[in-house]
Design a protein around this ligand. Structure first.
Ligand code: TXA
Ligand code: MG
Length: 342
């Protein structure tokens, strides 16, 4: 683990970042912080590097990666064209938690795009990520730096838990900001389509790009999601999670039943509602009044249940507006779609 000051200046010398960029240039992979979650980065032009990313994560090879750049010039060779609407989105949201799916360029490794004719690209809003990409002079293909199926890492400690011994190093820039992954949008169709809700909200996208729709695959089980990653169970804690759409007293009744059956119980809640519950692990995840804080704490809370060794978890639901759409998307995936209504 290589600690770096998050506030590092652009022109400041940083031996840890230099060391990391040397590994990247040798087509090895290292973990680095972004404003959303930690990424596991490798040279986007190298098949060998990309192979190592998939191996370290245990990721299915049909799930494509996001290419991270530090400047628009680095998109040359990565994408084959940039439609006007995509340029507007870059102007408005880059650097930031928005990933654009565009026609693939010639220099991207086939392994990055999993054989698709499109490629996902984003410019992260984090000084350490940007400095690393600039210093190695290469676009970095990077998925979240977790073992596949586990919650994405929001601290270097999380990355260490998952990938220790599998990669040469982790740049530690402290806890990430947004806490959930970037929004992925398909810019190749007539209408802008959200393939994965994330840090940039539908409401924000509409202001810049006009009509914006959610991929039907996100909203119902029948349609297949267009973003390959969305079909896997994700972000799962070890114990089964059930979402509860109802009052705290209803949720507590469910907990009491399981306690009666001898199970160790967990409740995923918020600062406001935490005092209502009696369970073996009551874990508050931000404040209901500020959904950004829920996003920020979400993955750490899901991981905390593993340490508490509970057998079953009940979790509160959130409104699906703003960043709530991303929170509920991740929670529904963690729960494998299991929702109990009062
Ligand atoms: O915030 C983030 O996006 C983080 C940080 C590290 O940048 N990265 C991240 O990567 O979440 P990953 O690999 O965990 O998720 C990438 C998502 C997957 O759902 C994948 O299927 C989708 O992007 N994706 C990648 N390329 C695509 C493409 N060409 N078409 C559609 N979906 C694509
Ligand atoms: Mg991921």
């Amino acid at each position: 683990v290589w600690p770096v000051d998050k506030k590092i200046a652009e022109d400041e010398n940083c031996p840890q970042i230099t060391q990391a960029s040397l590994w990247i240039k040798k087509n090895e992979v290292i973990a680095f912080p972004t404003e959303t979650v930690y990424g596991l980065g490798g040279n986007a032009k190298s098949d060998a590097a990309i192979e190592k990313i998939f191996l370290a994560k245990g990721r299915p090879s049909d799930n494509p990666l996001i290419v991270h750049v530090a400047s628009r010039e680095q998109l040359i060779g990565m994408v084959s064209s940039i439609p006007e609407r995509a340029k507007k989105l870059m102007d408005a949201f880059w650097p930031g938690p928005l990933t654009l799916v565009l026609p693939k360029g010639e220099d991207v490794s086939e392994r990055v795009t999993a054989g698709l004719s499109t490629v996902a690209v984003r410019m992260p809003d984090h000084p350490v990520a940007l400095k690393l990409i600039k210093e190695c002079g290469l676009p970095l293909a990077a998925p979240s730096a977790n073992v596949s199926g586990r919650p994405s890492p929001t601290t270097a400690q999380h990355v260490h838990e998952d990938l220790n011994g599998r990669i040469p190093g982790i740049l530690d820039g402290g806890v990430t900001g947004v806490g959930v992954e970037s929004t992925v949008v398909d810019c190749t169709a007539e209408t802008l389509v959200i393939l994965r809700p994330g840090g940039v909200t539908k409401e924000q996208l509409e202001v810049v790009a006009g009509e914006t729709m959610m991929d039907p695959g996100l909203l119902n089980e029948q349609a297949a999601p267009k973003s390959p990653g969305m079909k896997y169970t994700h972000y799962a804690p070890n114990a089964p999670l059930f979402l509860v759409d109802g009052s705290p007293s209803f949720l507590q009744e469910l907990v009491d039943k399981q306690k009666g059956a001898g199970l160790k119980t967990g409740v995923l809640t918020t600062e406001e509602n935490a005092p209502f519950y009696k369970a073996d692990a009551v874990i508050p995840c931000g404040s209901r009044g500020k959904l950004e804080s829920v996003a920020h704490h979400l993955y750490d809370a899901l991981r905390a249940f593993n340490e508490s060794g509970v057998d079953i978890i009940y979790g509160e639901v959130f409104p699906k507006s703003g960043v709530g759409a991303a929170i509920m998307n991740r929670l529904e995936k963690s729960a494998g779609g299991q929702i109990i209504k009062e």
